[in-house]
Design a protein around this ligand. Structure first.
Ligand code: NAP
Length: 525
């Protein structure tokens, strides 16, 4: 059941169309470089004639292919794939799982009754015997400035835009802003990104800046430390005039203006909890003025400790017993699709398979996901995959006792088309125990005791953050993320055998410590 306004057969507006558009941009890059690999494109008849004259064919050095892109072809291909996915999900639910589907907007009447309203205004009340799960997600936010809602779009709209966006301004500096700017630039769109503060807040700072520098080299214009104040369209067919000002203190606060065909806000998402009638269900939401505003409070937010006699709560349970929240709508959960799916599977098992108790070894997993070991990838033109802490976070959390190994590299596939050296990068952040401290502990511990094993573990340096900036970052990171969740150490990486020649083996080759001050740039492979 929906919670948000449009009661249409909603197409997926998230990671799948984004990844497909990102891939479209990568294909364009390959087409532009194809001549370096010996490819040329000619009409079929001319091709046959050329083949008959082998000498002439060999002499004709391929020239860059002139690539033109059709926005409408891409949008219709992406949309039809999404529709087929949605059709598949729906028919699997209805036929294979015998689940009742109501295309209605839901509103709680009590903690166990929800009223659904369809597009024609018909209503129906649904009553749950035991449990209700809220998984309504969020929608992109608009800022409260004149013209924003009337003239701008969000990432929800870009994947179905009927015409190419033209000169585009993207406001925001998070995942969505950079990913959208990246694929639009790759498709030949003139793109600017306006950021009010740092890029990719929460991610490793070094790497965020490398991503932005790479995007700038590939045609994305970056407008730093600015915020839009007003959007206007001065004539019905005219461009959108954006007035904006600097955010940095002490600078000239005077407003400047620029004109764009499309303005896209990517300034975060808000949970769809406003019209859900959560009060009637006794479900509490975050009331702060932070980015968490409106998110549903879960166990762990302190409310279940109010009464010492209260029964134990499920980690996904809300303030209303028996009502659960999953995905982006829940407070303090990473806003990532696989996290929502993973927690949903575990919740279903906890609620409906009590006769199948987990063994001790897996009980922690059964109870809840290990959010600290959640890997993710930012699909910017230079992809960025990571798991664990950023260098700044690790340094704060471990009081500076970290060792950072890093390395720049150039993937083999980048050599023939002469792509830039050293744009790709690996950073591995490990716990660090100083040599002096190790020697001291070693001298006072008996090798046969558990302490000695702990000492060895300390020396082997636990990996607390693993970052990869380069092609296929998501594919590279997935396996390392499993190892990370099992306690990966620097020693494990040193002893692992690489797969040659791949970009992934660079994770094993990162052996220069930041502390050493040595240059982590590499030449050749
Ligand atoms: P986000 O990561 O929260 O970033 C929001 C950005 O907008 C920040 O740079 C923020 O700046 C800026 N901002 C906020 N309010 C603003 C305002 N009024 N004016 C100008 N700038 C403003 O949000 P998002 O990029 O929209 O992504 C939403 C969620 O989707 C994220 O949590 C992410 O995890 C998820 N997502 C995941 C993937 C993936 O897995 N590959 C891809 C896309 C999205 P400050 O830093 O100064 O606040």
């Amino acid at each position: 059941m929906h919670s948000s306004s449009p009661l249409v057969s909603q197409v997926n507006v998230g990671c799948i169309p984004k990844k497909l558009m990102h891939q479209a941009a990568i294909v364009g890059e390959h087409v532009r470089e194809a001549h370096e690999w010996g490819w040329s494109a000619t009409a079929a008849a001319a091709d046959t004639a050329a083949a008959s004259d082998a000498k002439a064919a060999a002499a004709a050095a391929p020239t860059p292919l002139v690539a033109r892109h059709s926005w409408s072809t891409l949008v219709s291909a992406v949309q039809s794939h999404i529709k087929s996915l949605n059709f598949g999900y729906r028919s699997r639910l209805l036929k294979d799982r015998n689940i009742t589907y109501a295309n209605m907007k839901g509103r709680f009447l009590t903690a166990r009754t929800v009223q659904g309203t369809d597009a024609q205004g018909n209503t129906k009340v649904f009553t749950a015997r035991k449990h209700v799960v809220i998984a309504v997600g969020g929608r992109p936010k608009y800022p409260s400035i004149p013209g924003a809602r009337e003239l701008a779009i969000t990432s929800d709209d870009i994947f179905s835009l009927p015409r190419a966006p033209g000169r585009t301004l993207i406001v925001g500096a998070g995942y969505i802003a950079l990913e959208t700017a990246g694929f639009l630039a790759g498709l030949g769109v003139d793109v600017s990104v306006m950021a009010r503060s740092r890029f990719l807040r929460g991610f490793d700072h070094d790497i965020s800046e490398k991503i932005v520098a790479h995007m700038q080299r590939h045609g994305v214009r970056i407008v730093r430390d600015c915020i839009p104040k007003k959007l206007e369209r001065l004539t019905p067919e005219g461009k959108i005039t954006v007035s904006f000002a600097k955010t940095t203190e002490g600078t000239d606060q005077q407003s400047q203006t620029e004109e764009y065909d499309t303005v896209l806000f990517a300034i975060g998402r808000e949970p769809c909890t406003n019209d859900l009638g959560l009060d009637a269900a006794g479900v509490s939401v975050d009331q702060s003025s932070t980015g968490m505003h409106g998110k549903i409070l879960l166990d762990g937010e302190g409310f279940s400790t109010v009464s010492t006699n209260a029964p134990p709560r499920d980690p996904d349970e809300t303030t209303a017993p028996g009502v659960f929240a999953l995905g982006d709508v829940a407070k303090n959960r990473p806003e990532l699709t696989p996290v929502a799916i993973g927690s949903a599977k575990l919740l279903a098992r906890r609620l409906y398979s009590p006769a199948d108790p987990p063994s001790d070894a897996v009980s922690a997993h059964y109870r809840s996901l290990d959010y600290a070991a959640t890997p993710t990838t930012v699909f910017t033109p230079l992809e960025y995959g990571c798991v664990g802490w950023s260098e700044e976070h690790a340094s704060r959390a471990l009081a500076g006792k970290i060792e950072v190994y890093h390395s720049h590299f150039q993937p083999l596939e980048w050599t023939i088309p002469h792509r830039e050296d050293n744009a790709c990068y690996v950073k591995i952040i490990c716990t660090q125990v100083s040599d002096v401290e190790l020697a001291r502990i070693e001298s006072i511990t008996d090798p046969s005791t558990r302490h000695h094993a702990q000492l060895r573990a300390m020396r082997s340096q636990r990996v607390v953050g693993l970052h990869f900036l380069g092609p296929h970052a998501g594919e590279v990171l997935q396996g390392f993320a499993v190892a990370f969740s099992k306690g990966l150490t620097r020693e494990d990486l040193e002893h692992a055998i690489g797969i040659h020649p791949t970009a992934a083996e660079e994770v094993l080759n990162a052996d220069i410590t930041k502390r050493s001050g040595q240059d982590p740039q590499k030449t050749g492979c």
